[in-house]
Design a protein around this ligand. Sequence first.
Ligand SMILES: NCCC[C@H](NC(=O)CCC(=O)O)C(=O)O
Ligand SMILES: NC(=O)OP(=O)(O)O
Length: 312
Amino acid sequence: MKHYTSINDIDDINSWIEEIKEIKANPLKNIELGKNKTIGLLFFNSSLRTRLSTQKAALNLGMNPIVMNVSGDAWGIEFEDGTIMNGTTAEHIKEAAAVVSQYCDVIAVRAFPTLTDKEKDESEHVIKSFVKFASVPIISMESATEHPLQGLTDAITISENSTKKRPKVVLSWAPHVKALPHAVANSFVQAMQKMDVEFVIANPEGYNLNSEITKNTAILYNQEEAFKDADFVYTKNWSSYDEYGKVLNTDPNWMITKEKIGTAKFMHCLPVRRNVIVEDAVLDSDGSLVIEQANNRTFAAQLVLKKILENN
Ligand SMILES: NCCC[C@H](NC(=O)CCC(=O)O)C(=O)O
Ligand SMILES: NC(=O)OP(=O)(O)O
């Protein structure tokens, strides 16, 4: 594996899950693998988990992480080809990616979507430009349409907590005050489609995700019906995909409550807004897996880095 920018880069999710469990049991086993190798983490957007867990993963492999908040701290980067750069951007991605490749053996990038320009977001121009113009492997730390480190983490967490051979997993939309990206939901859908689970999505009308991603996964507009016999309820807000980036619905009846989910385990990628997305009683209960998910981010990133180090 050269780059990791999508759940589609996983050849066999079950074997990856087993490998991640081995790493989790013995995280320092490969401490020599990354010796004298540098990973650069470039953030165009905020982060708590991804920023820390990816550094932790690199440290567990003996790598040296260097981190930069690109938005704000670096020169404004131009991504368009052939532009006359007489505006706000000061250097082109062609130079920026090539330069960072001189300092780093692996580059990880976080770049959220505009949520205003669907075509631009779907082209994944930021992450794809890094793949094109850097000379080292690229890892996505959440791009415009995908969050593959999160999706992999969620797959392990379900595998670890499942008491059934084929659990029922529901991805439920929940309300939020802001327009949020589709990346986490998209990668979760792709991960679940690769696993042996009964999987359904619940969202209000107008909130279907990209049908090229949901494919033949069932989508219900009735949350109560979707939650029947659920073992895992994975919750996320996303803005409308059809009316791109719009907030069409803030109905608090879609908020996750203890009464609604019963004994099902609760999952969320975090950060989560309490009593908007989910009520306190759920997050504060033993049925919440959110902290375990955050812990698994380290081991998912560590497997991805291990595979990249072994193959380059
Ligand atoms: N990396 C995990 C989620 C990141 C982002 N959430 C957010 O922007 C939440 C921000 C807020 O609640 O104000 C998203 O939905 O893709
Ligand atoms: N889940 C996740 O990616 O969290 P951060 O945005 O804090 O990195």
